[in-house]
Design a protein around this ligand. Structure first.
Ligand code: SAM
Length: 292
């Protein structure tokens, strides 16, 4: 089988299998070998590694991963791509193709089964429509991860790296920076894909931290505070938190916690970073304990 990664080979295999792109699956296939190399280089894949690839498409990046890694598991949702993958990956003995939805897989179990529970690497040109649930699902379920190297929309990559207090910073930025250190590996223009997406893309590597970047008593509460604050980012912190149906604190309790955490009463949540949200969550925990 020829190596994929250029427009001619891609068109040939798609025509042979009479494949039609499905917009609902976010299908934009890579047709540039330099970009493929950059992603795999950025992920630092070695022959000791087990790599989980999300959405292999026709197997373009999977071929490169198979050449560098010990073992690859490629999870693809589109039934029509499975026979193509069987053909394009036929010569590799270190790959398994799993037909399914990545959001329904137990990735902790995958790490256990293929890597003895040790941290795994994830590499993907992600379907953009589910970037956030995929990334958040991986982190929140505490999958053992070494790094996650993914192609995402350029704007999403910028959000993941955004400094607290800037207008790009949102709930995703703080969540990513709680669990990982983001590193921008490359910007990728639309002409590197078939079909061309309407937006620019970027490769970002998230180096997963051994310990989260801040300590907090109740992680779930902190993320509820973060989501509520950024859902109504133009309102004061006290108002956005007391309006949230995810939270069960009175306006007075929130006001007291804001004061005890040392913030001005009219502060907006968008001004806070992780350390400040952790301090506020701890104050609210104390509030509930004192009231109990
Ligand atoms: N990796 C290929 C490449 O770089 O050429 C394809 C990337 S394309 C942007 C995204 C791929 O993810 C498609 O093959 C699509 O069918 C697949 N996909 C979409 N949603 C998925 C899901 N929920 N679970 C697994 N694969 C999915």
């Amino acid at each position: 089988m020829a190596k994929l990664g250029n427009p001619q080979e891609t068109i040939q295999i798609l025509q042979k299998h009479d494949f039609h792109f499905q917009k609902k699956f976010g299908q934009n296939f890579l047709i540039d070998t330099r970009v493929l190399d950059k992603i795999v280089e950025a992920a630092g894949v070695t022959e000791q590694d087990f790599v989980l690839e999300i959405g292999p498409g026709i197997g373009t990046m999977t071929q490169v991963l198979c050449e560098r890694a010990r073992q690859v598991l490629a999870v693809e949702i589109d039934n029509n791509l499975i026979p193509i993958l069987k053909e394009t990956l036929a010569e590799y003995k270190n790959v398994e193709i799993l037909h399914g939805d990545i959001l329904k897989q137990d990735i902790r179990q995958i790490a256990e089964r293929y890597n003895g529970g040790k941290p795994i690497k994830i590499v993907a040109n992600l379907p953009y429509y589910i970037t956030t649930p995929i990334i958040m699902g991986l982190f929140e379920s505490h999958v053992p991860l070494s790094n996650v190297t993914v192609m995402v929309q350029k704007e999403v990559a910028e959000r993941m790296r955004a400094e607290p207090g800037t207008k790009e910073c949102g709930a995703l930025s703080l969540a990513v920076q709680y669990y990982a250190e983001p590193y921008l590996a490359a910007n990728v223009p639309p002409n590197c894909f078939m079909p061309r997406p309407k937006v620019g893309s970027a490769v970002i590597r998230l180096d997963c931290l051994k310990r989260t970047s801040v300590e907090v008593k109740d992680e779930r509460l902190m993320f509820r505070l973060i989501r509520a604050s950024f859902n109504q980012r133009r309102k004061t912190l006290q108002n956005s938190l007391s309006n949230s149906c995810e939270l069960d604190f009175s306006k007075e309790e929130i006001g007291k916690a804001i004061e005890r955490a040392g913030f001005p009463p009219a502060i907006r949540g968008e001004k806070l970073g992780l350390k400040e949200f952790a301090a506020l969550a701890d104050e609210l925990c104390r509030e509930s304990e004192d009231g109990a």
